[in-house]
Ligand binder design. Sequence first.
Ligand code: AQP
Length: 334
Amino acid sequence: MTDKRLRSFSGIQPSGKIHIGNYTGALKPWVDAQDEVDGIYCVVDLHALTASDREPRKSVGEQSREVAALYLACGLDPKASTIFLQSEVWTHPYLSWVFETQVPLGWLTRMTQFKSKANETDSVPTALLTYPVLQAADILLYDAEIVPVGEDQKQHIEIARDIAQRFNSTYGSAFVLPEPKIGVHGSRIMALDEPTVKMSKSRALVNRGHSIGITDDPDAISRTIRRAVTDSGTSVDVQNAGAGIRNLLNIYRSFSGESDQEASARFDGKGYGVLKNELAELLVDALAPIRSEYQRLLAERLYLNDVLNEGQERAFRLSTEKVACVLEILGLRG
Ligand code: AQP
């Protein structure tokens, strides 16, 4: 019997402390959909090599295994989804090179993430520019129809689609065109210390109070929420809320599952302290089971190895079939 489920592909870079934005924008949607899709979820460790300010005390390998453990702790079931490390499946950088021979440079230099990250460093690695091409290879290798991501990744999924379209129209149909799947709530959580910028792993390494990590302990969660930047008033005015209060309300909605109306009615006119206390309590309760499952899984090295080995085998099989097809289309074989 053929599998009629949509194929879903996504990944997270092991480039720092995985935060609540990564959870609401990516991990939670993966888990929520896992019974309906054929999910392939990768720890994109090769991408993390482009990060100039990775967590300095840990190797990328160590962080990659922690992120894989977090995938499981958040509820991804390895019997339902394929979970693997990108660097263990060589077809990813291989197809990326093939795409690089086809992709016009201008497509890459106009990427907003490249422009902002390149501005933050004096010496821009080439891979920061070609990052979306490797990401296109990650997705297109598996004929993924949907890519569940946060809003910041929309442009990268669009370029993956453009690359597939260009290849298909030049050489004949080889790739499925992927669609970004971006949730209504939680797809863009802002920084708690600066609510006009997106919460990000790398910034959290330098700015304390920037983010809440999925595995933060209750004290750290409550402290960060207490210190979070609000608007300049003292009580919540939902209609005229500024960036700080909008962000706190959005986080509340994303974790409680309440509608806009319910969350607005709950907090409108209440003091900022009430919103912060209820939000801290909600986050502590939601993250506690993930944290303890994560700690349990980290101690189960052999189990994690088994999950990743099984994932690697399937990813390798599917992706080598696709590479063989591409080589034939390009006239490199046969
Ligand atoms: N603030 C956010 N709100 C909602 N979703 C978010 N994502 C990232 N930040 C937010 C989503 O999480 C997944 C992780 O993607 P990534 O690791 O490839 O890198 P990223 O998008 O660049 O994430 P970060 O946290 O900002 O990491 P750094 O600082 O390392 O670049 C994606 O689905 C992303 O949309």
